[in-house]
Design a protein around this ligand. Structure first.
Ligand code: ADP
Length: 200
């Protein structure tokens, strides 16, 4: 199964992706995680992305498209994958279409986590407070200014993907404000046609 998880920062994409990984034996491809690894390893991409990410802006499309294309070719992605944090612009979605077509692959569904924007900042702030309490390092883009930018970027550049995938008949929207287990159940329900076709 090949899925996209769509939703603003703090919508719970990572949490739901991890559960889908366990349930369907597919891999989670998070461009945010991949870019943070590149920053940590100080690769050329990481050096280029570091300041952009800290501000909450988007890394250039060609950079993330190349990372995703390479990652999809790895053996563990053969059974399927969940794209988490990609695509984030219509240009990225178009590039994804082209590269999947070249590889002879197709998307099964795009799951949109619908959340109330007003609740997001609170959610993100409490996530940060919990990380601090656990003594974990806080991401450089988990501060008030960068959070505002990330939400603005989502609204202006990523939200148009909802209509983009809606027109293609791939969009499955679920209420992301419910409890984690309820959101998970709603995702399973939304994906049941795809799961039936694929037998699991
Ligand atoms: P969030 O919690 O905001 O969903 P992510 O971990 O997905 O965060 O991404 C963190 C940052 O990494 C983004 O704000 C952006 O700078 C960069 N990034 C991640 N994915 C992409 C992408 N598909 N295109 C451009 N930049 C990206």
């Amino acid at each position: 199964m090949r899925l996209i998880l769509l939703g603003p920062p703090g919508a719970g994409k990572g949490t739901q992706a991890q559960r889908l990984v366990q349930r369907h034996g597919i891999v989670q491809l998070s461009t945010g995680d991949m870019l943070r690894a590149a920053v940590k390893a100080k690769t050329p991409i990481g050096r280029k992305a570091e300041a952009i990410m800290a501000r909450g802006d988007l890394v250039p499309d060609d950079v993330v498209v190349a990372i995703v294309s390479d990652r999809i070719d790895e053996a563990d992605a053969r059974k399927g994958f969940i794209l988490d944090g990609f695509p984030r612009t219509v240009a990225q979605a178009e590039a994804l279409e082209r590269l999947l077509a070249e590889k002879g692959l197709r998307l099964d569904a795009v799951v949109e986590l619908q959340v109330d924007e007003g609740a997001l900042l609170k959610r993100l702030e409490s996530r940060i407070a919990q990380m601090v309490a656990r003594g974990e390092p806080v991401r450089p883009d988990d501060n008030a200014q960068a959070l505002k930018t990330r939400l603005h970027v989502y609204r202006t550049q990523t939200a148009p993907l909802i209509a983009f995938y809606g027109k293609k008949g791939l969009l499955r929207s679920v209420d992301g404000m419910a409890a984690i287990e309820a959101v998970a159940a709603a995702i399973d329900g939304a994906l049941s046609p795809e799961i039936a076709v694929r037998g699991g």
